[in-house]
Design a protein around this ligand. Structure first.
Ligand SMILES: COc1cc(-c2ccc3ncc(-c4cccc([C@@H](O)NCCN(C)C)c4)n3n2)ccc1O
Length: 307
């Protein structure tokens, strides 16, 4: 094809050059001092580690390998390598960089760029809810990152406040912290024609097409961004029920509202933005690029709003 190389063309060209991913072997302790646990999931724990030669700190994600196909413990190696492949392919300031991976007897260890400002989940917990400018500043960064990923036809598929990490440092009053996305364990390429149906994700944040076992694509990320925006502005989760079944039912029925008390003082622009994302038909749902042009996002001022 003649003409300027698109981001996708460059991405495809880079992929051609890449061989099989080279693991480090031996004991990670040879190269790194292993420090405190930063967080843990079902089959993984993230620890802070310090590179002995340079003194630099990193986040090491220890993922337990599934040894036997029929076992329910651990993660199959090919699934872990999907996350490695996605992390290798992505190059963006708001996405954590993969430095290297180690293959040991029981685990695969991803050594990743450390993000030490904590999860957005905790940032929000300390503030109950955010001003519209703070929320728009965060969502704008998520949209810019997802817009980049979607140009490469890669979906995150597990967007939630726990997977948005904040960088340390002062935040201008009324502004927003700088963020980076983490946890690409469910990420998938979504080229046209590839049916991605079975998916897990986190109940509160999954799109209705996931629950209906319809083919899912990049649009599912935009639904999740709608849920995150609703939570940042109100402190409440739009579809959360007493249990998973009730949550799923509320999503399938699009059963949500803008409660007057929870949304007191929240602009119509903000509600219109959320409604653009809570669109049942994925093909009619706003894309990341549509959202970046919305008046609610364009209103954001980095230096915060004069109080
Ligand atoms: C947990 O999975 C990943 C974490 C990371 C990552 C990268 C840099 C980094 N700096 C700090 C942290 C960090 C700090 C506290 C908790 C966690 C993590 O356990 N919780 C976030 C995701 N969670 C919902 C599993 C991660 N991380 N986590 C990257 C890819 C992953 O698949």
């Amino acid at each position: 094809r003649v003409g300027p190389q698109t981001l996708l063309d460059k991405h495809e060209a880079k992929k051609e050059q890449k061989g099989k991913y080279p693991y480090r072997t031996g004991a990670i302790e040879e190269d790194y001092e292993v420090g405190q646990d930063l967080g843990a999931g079902q089959f993984a724990v993230v620890k802070r580690v310090r590179h002995r030669k340079t003194g630099k700190f990193y986040a090491a994600k220890y993922i337990r390998k599934r040894k036997v196909k029929t076992s329910r413990r651990g993660v199959p190696q090919e699934e872990i390598e999907k996350e490695i492949a996605v992390l290798q392919d992505l190059d963006h300031p708001r996405i954590v960089k993969l430095r290297e991976s180690w293959n040991t007897a029981n685990e695969i260890i991803l050594v990743l760029e450390l993000v030490s400002g904590g999860e957005l989940f905790d940032y929000l917990a300390e503030r109950e809810q955010l001003t519209e400018n703070e929320a728009a500043g965060i969502i704008k960064q998520v949209l810019e990152t997802i817009s980049y990923m979607h140009e490469l036809k890669i979906a995150h598929f597990d967007l939630k406040p726990e997977n948005v990490m904040c960088l340390p440092g002062n935040v201008p009053a009324g502004g927003a912290p700088k963020i980076k996305l983490v946890d690409f364990g469910l990420s998938q390429r979504c080229d046209l024609g590839i049916e991605v149906t079975a998916m897990h994700g986190t109940p509160e944040f999954v799109a209705p097409e996931v629950l209906a076992f319809e083919p899912i694509g990049l649009e599912a990320d935009l639904w999740s961004i709608g849920v995150i925006t609703y939570i940042l502005l109100s402190g409440c989760s739009p579809f959360q029920g007493d249990d998973k079944a009730e949550t799923f039912q509320r999503i399938a029925q699009m059963d949500y509202s803008f409660d007057d008390e929870d949304f007191a003082g929240v602009s119509q622009d903000a509600k219109d933005f959320i409604e653009m994302l809570f669109t049942r038909n994925p093909l009619e749902r706003a894309t990341a690029k549509d959202c970046l042009k919305s008046s609610w996002i364009k209103r954001f001022t980095p230096e915060g709003v004069a109080i």
